[in-house]
Design a protein around this ligand. Structure first.
Ligand SMILES: *[C@@H]1O[C@H](CO)[C@@H](O)[C@H](O)[C@H]1NC(C)=O
Ligand SMILES: *[C@@H]1O[C@H](CO)[C@@H](O)[C@H](O)[C@H]1NC(C)=O
Ligand SMILES: *[C@@H]1O[C@H](CO)[C@@H](O)[C@H](O)[C@H]1NC(C)=O
Ligand SMILES: *[C@@H]1O[C@H](CO)[C@@H](O)[C@H](O)[C@H]1NC(C)=O
Ligand SMILES: *[C@@H]1O[C@H](CO)[C@@H](O)[C@H](O)[C@H]1NC(C)=O
Ligand SMILES: *[C@@H]1O[C@H](CO)[C@@H](O)[C@H](O)[C@H]1NC(C)=O
Ligand SMILES: *[C@@H]1O[C@H](CO)[C@@H](O)[C@H](O)[C@H]1NC(C)=O
Ligand SMILES: *[C@@H]1O[C@H](CO)[C@@H](O)[C@H](O)[C@H]1NC(C)=O
Length: 590
């Protein structure tokens, strides 16, 4: 499985050729290369393998898009989450005390009366302005009531319309969710009535996983939006690797697809395929009965076929299919927004256009008690006392790249943009009395990054006099090839990053997307190493905290090539980190 998006095919999707200057060739390479890269890493001698945690991803994954630019002396590559590399491996640089350890008692997660020590926002704020609903059993999901102890208040309130849509959705989910009469009745009907139009009491969309946890979380969020817009109940097909990460999001119901569902494992016998249906329908216009269950693949793919998912025509067909099985590794919200009817709804739901992920992800993803214990413990032990927290996410780079060069780039970015102060080499600073503490959370494959940064700031004062502390979460479990452990660490790291005041992330990383969206952060995007002759930036501030959709539609519904995304769709813009990707923004101006 290899995709090489060469200049020619790249041009078809309408990129400025500037980006291709200086003979820089852009490749998108899938799994095999990354696996090789990954194994090179593991054996590179740069890192003591013993010290690395497991980095495999969930078994469903099959592809790792990888962007690479070749430069003068070396190559820097950026890798999206995939099963060969997954989220960062982590190295132990600090001893993390477990929940009962050095945690500040007043922030305890395990006692219910401790929260009274805090001056809390009012109930409305605790429920994020109505985004969340009350009535959950607090003990079963502590993060739901305690998140505000760690997370700064968001300036974005959900619209009353979004709140009412969510409450309506919850009602629907309670009525049609697993273990209800309606669920059993409807499922039976769907199974029985394979190929003739079926009207059912409830309709469903079953989310299935692809790629790493970051990809999965952004695609779940998009699927949930789609479910709300189409009055479908979203069920998630969670394997063991995800069962312990999140709380149930919907009151008095479950979003987990029951193992005994006939659609736990779909196949061509019981499920038609969307792409085929769309193509057949276009060709013949035949009016056979619509299937009762349909598989939709919206994954990134080598062929990247046009899905026409944004078109009325497709949605009209889909509306009549009671059960959809949807698989995607993408945040396909922009393609939902491109649909006229959904667009009208979304504008009402999200008057602040660039807050779709921010609201929906905070609604859906509450860390399980196990995750929350570790998140709050790490936060309270290391990060809470700092005046400011900086998240630094440095993803996998090409093994031939000297670590020092990457370090140099990262430092240039963060000092140039005053994310961290420069060192006071001459030690002449007069402002050394400044006792502002900045805590840097480094999330990276290599302990070198955390170690270098730490020793750098330990050994010399900064020009601003600020104290810089550097932390890199550990890999305490060290159980390799154990997906649930791995996902747990990835989730904890994403959540911790999202608590930052400022974030610098590696381009294209869905891991970073989740953190920035949860935290309402516009990250500094660390780009590839760039030839200094190109005058390109090492890093740039993103314009929105929304995730980037890497494979947007390339055609209008009439088949014409899509040009001028922003003029056609006022709230979409090309991504900074992927020129053919699109994402939501407050407006289209650049
Ligand atoms: C990645 O996933 C594919 C498809 O599930 C599988 O065939 C492959 O073995 C996986 N690779 C690794 C390294 O786990
Ligand atoms: C880097 O490239 C320059 C010119 O392109 C060359 O002179 C130099 O030797 C190279 N350095 C290394 C370490 O390869
Ligand atoms: C980490 O903690 C363990 C157990 O408390 C202790 O034995 C070990 O010395 C600690 N390591 C470091 C580097 O502090
Ligand atoms: C715990 O936090 C409170 C409030 O921030 C602080 O006053 C107290 O000193 C802390 N205790 C410890 C042991 O760190
Ligand atoms: C704390 O929780 C326990 C059980 O979870 C309950 O019995 C007790 O009343 C609670 N205490 C307070 C002060 O709410
Ligand atoms: C949820 O369940 C609890 C306990 O069974 C019940 O008291 C409550 O009314 C339910 N809430 C809703 C909205 O159905
Ligand atoms: C410390 O430095 C920071 C950043 O330069 C500045 O914002 C802050 O006002 C300074 N604080 C003091 C007490 O000088
Ligand atoms: C590129 O940048 C490096 C380091 O900043 C510098 O040493 C080198 O002279 C620059 N090269 C050119 C051609 O400007």
């Amino acid at each position: 499985m290899e995709i090489v998006l060469q200049a020619a095919s790249v041009e078809k999707i309408g990129i400025s050729s500037k980006r291709l200057k200086f003979g820089v060739v852009l490749f998108l390479i899938l799994l095999p290369v990354a696996v090789i890269v990954y194994s090179l890493y593991r054996n590179s001698g740069f890192v003591n393998i013993e010290e690395l945690s497991e980095a495999e991803d969930s078994p469903q994954n099959s592809a790792i898009p990888l962007e690479r630019r070749v430069h003068n002396n070396y190559t820097v590559s950026l890798v999206l989450p995939g099963n060969g590399t997954a989220a960062e491996e982590r190295v132990t640089t600090k001893n993390i005390t477990t929940a009962s350890g050095s945690k500040n008692a007043s922030l305890s997660t395990s006692t219910n009366d401790s929260t009274s020590n805090f001056v809390n926002p009012d109930d409305n704020d605790k429920l994020l302005g109505g985004l969340l609903t009350s009535g959950f059993d607090e003990a079963s999901c502590k993060s739901r009531t305690q998140f505000h102890l760690l997370r700064k208040a968001s300036p974005h309130k959900p619209s009353p319309y979004l709140v009412s849509k969510l409450r309506n959705y919850e009602d629907l989910h309670r009525r049609c969710g697993p273990n209800t009469k309606a669920y059993h009745k409807t499922m039976m009907k769907i199974v029985r009535s394979k190929n003739h139009d079926t009207a059912t009491m409830c309709k469903y969309v079953i989310w299935t996983a692809a790629h790493g946890l970051g990809n999965q979380m952004i695609s779940m969020t998009a699927t949930f939006l789609y479910a709300m817009l189409t009055d479908r109940v979203m069920l998630v097909k969670f394997e063991k690797d995800k069962l312990n990460l999140f709380c149930e999001p919907f009151l008095n119901s479950s979003w987990i697809l029951p193992k005994n569902s006939p659609y736990w494992s779909w196949n061509k016998q019981n499920t038609e395929i969307y792409q085929t249906m769309i193509e057949n329908d276009k060709a013949s216009n035949s009016k056979e009965g619509l299937p009762s269950a349909l598989f939709i693949n919206l994954r990134f793919s080598r062929q990247n076929p046009e899905r026409f998912f944004h078109c009325d025509h497709s949605q009209d067909l889909l509306r009549k299919v009671p059960l959809l099985i949807l698989q995607s590794d993408q945040y396909f919200v922009p393609s939902i927004l491109m649909n006229r009817i959904f667009n009208l709804e979304m504008i009402k739901m999200f008057p602040e256009r660039d807050t779709v992920f921010h609201h929906l992800a905070r609604y859906l993803f509450h860390p399980s008690n196990e995750a929350w214990e570790q998140i709050s413990s790490y936060y309270n032990t290391h990060l809470a006392k700092a005046d400011e927290q900086i998240g630094l996410q440095i993803r996998l780079f090409n093994p031939s790249t000297p670590k020092q060069a990457i370090m140099h780039l990262v430092l240039r970015c963060i000092t140039k943009h005053n994310i961290l102060p420069e060192l006071d080499d001459l030690q002449t600073s007069t402002s050394r009395k400044n006792q502002t503490i900045k805590a840097v959370l480094v999330v990276s494959l290599y302990r070198e990054f955390g170690d270098n940064l730490r020793s750098m700031y330990l050994n010399k004062p900064t020009v601003s006099g600020e104290v810089i502390e550097v932390y890199q979460p550990s890999n305490e479990g060290r159980q390799k090839y154990n997906d649930d452990k791995h996902n747990m660490k990835a989730w904890i790291d994403m959540y911790l990053l999202s608590l930052s005041n400022m974030l610098a992330t590696t381009s294209l990383s869905t891991f970073g997307y989740v953190a920035q969206g949860l935290g309402n952060l516009k990250p500094w995007l660390l780009y590839r190493q760039l030839d200094n002759k190109t005058h390109s930036e090492i890093c740039e501030r993103d314009f929105s905290s929304e995730p980037c959709y890497h494979t947007p539609p390339r055609h209008y519904c009439n088949g014409d090539s899509m040009t001028g995304i922003s003029s056609s769709f006022p709230y979409l813009r090309r991504c900074r980190d992927l020129y053919f990707g699109v994402k939501l923004a407050v407006n289209s101006s650049v």
